[in-house]
Write a protein that binds this ligand. Structure first.
Ligand code: NAP
Ligand code: ZN
Length: 342
């Protein structure tokens, strides 16, 4: 079968490898689509630890082709989404219920073969059924949505809350929708691209702002800004120093900042502890998708979260290596590798 393999740092190749066979508690899944995420590029560049040689791809959806001998509840032909993050269940963190912090965490598409391939092996405990009549590509958004759900849970949005979302990529655009669903009545998305701002307003943002058109603190929270005095909650979804530094300043006194964006390891940003203390800002970090994948699958299955407009490009294996190893093209939200396109 065809698979996009990370052979070593900087070496990504389309290869013909043997089709895997499922272990007793595994599903063999025929991949319908797999999203290209910034993490894949970090893996390619060696900025994120991985175990090459390995097939990349952790945002996949597909149809069960074969079930292992001990599997119940799944059968050939079912569409599934896989939670790629496999916790051991036994370490101290897992036993505290903090499975995203598992010290033995193994991820499909990072430590073991992933979804940029014709087939992927999914341990049955990581699989969640999706409806047969769902537009198949939508299932590729379950994993990023599950990460956003964890962030929005940590934000503790209440009915009537005001929320500022920094960064209008796939994560920011999913967070905007979740924040509205969670009860926020003001959701302001900050991003540079006019197309993404327009899309955010279609998806539920009550206002948007362009950071390149002047000081964002002034535009948002000054006396005649969009949310004078600051937001109840600020959710950082860009993963750049500038927005991480802006986030506390945009929160109201006693507000909450949630960091979803990932900065390269070792990067430092300027945070003013006095300000965090004096205004009692709660600063929380959100990592991965602990126990949120099933909810994400339900939100996608019921089409409660709109993902069709987030699909910028569908590509076959021939274009995959180039697309994964280069930064996303300008204005692109999500590119999906679709094996059926070859
Ligand atoms: P992305 O497409 O790179 O989205 C970030 C967006 O931020 C860009 O599209 C860009 O859009 C916008 N941006 C850039 N500079 C900005 C500025 N100064 N102010 C406001 N917006 C700015 O990436 P993504 O896939 O949505 O992911 C977002 C972040 O979440 C990444 O760091 C990713 O690694 C991280 N992530 C974290 C988790 C987790 O578990 N915590 C899970 C998945 C992803 P414009 O061009 O429109 O400005
Ligand atoms: Zn564990």
């Amino acid at each position: 079968m065809k698979a996009v393999r990370l052979e070593s740092t900087g070496q990504l190749r389309l290869r013909d490898i043997e089709k895997p066979s499922p272990g007793a508690s595994d599903l063999l899944v025929k991949v319908e689509a797999c999203g290209i995420c910034g993490t894949d590029r970090h893996l390619f560049l060696g900025e994120f630890p991985s175990h090459p040689p390995v097939t990349l791809g952790h945002e996949f959806v597909g149809v069960v082709e074969e079930v292992g001998a001990d599997v119940s509840g799944f059968r050939k032909g079912m569409r599934i989404t896989g939670d790629p993050n496999i916790a051991c269940g036994r370490c101290a963190e897992c036993q505290r219920g903090r499975i995203n912090l598992c010290t033995n965490l193994q991820a499909i598409g990072i430590h073991r073969d992933g979804g940029f391939a014709e087939y992927v092996i999914v341990p049955v405990k990581q699989a969640f059924e999706l409806p047969a009549d769902l537009p198949p590509l939508h299932g590729a958004f379950c994993e990023p949505l599950a990460c956003c759900l964890h962030g929005v849970d940590l934000a503790e949005i209440k009915t009537g809350s005001s929320v500022i979302v920094l960064g209008g990529g796939v994560i920011g655009l999913l967070v905007v929708q979740l924040a509205r669903l969670a009860g926020a009545t003001s959701v302001v998305l900050v991003t540079r691209s006019a197309e993404k701002r327009q899309l955010a307003e279609e998806l539920g943002a009550t206002a948007t702002a362009d950071p390149s058109s002047g000081d964002i603190i002034e535009q948002l929270i000054a006396r005649n800004g969009i949310l004078p005095g600051g937001a109840d909650i600020v959710i950082e979804c860009a993963g750049i120093s500038e927005t991480i530094e802006q986030a506390p300043a945009l929160a109201r006194r006693g507000g909450t900042v949630v960091i979803l964006g990932v900065m390269p390891q070792g990067t430092k940003v300027a945070i003013e502890p006095f300000d965090l203390l004096f205004r009692e800002i709660k600063l929380v970090n959100s990592f991965l998708n602990p126990f949120t994948h099933r909810r994400a699958a339900e939100l996608i299955a019921t089409q409660t979260i709109k993902v069709e407009p987030l699909i910028s490009r569908r590509i076959g294996f021939d274009e995959a290596v180039e697309a994964i190893s280069n930064p996303a093209t300008r204005g692109e939200i999500r590119a999906l590798v679709v094996p059926a396109l070859k």
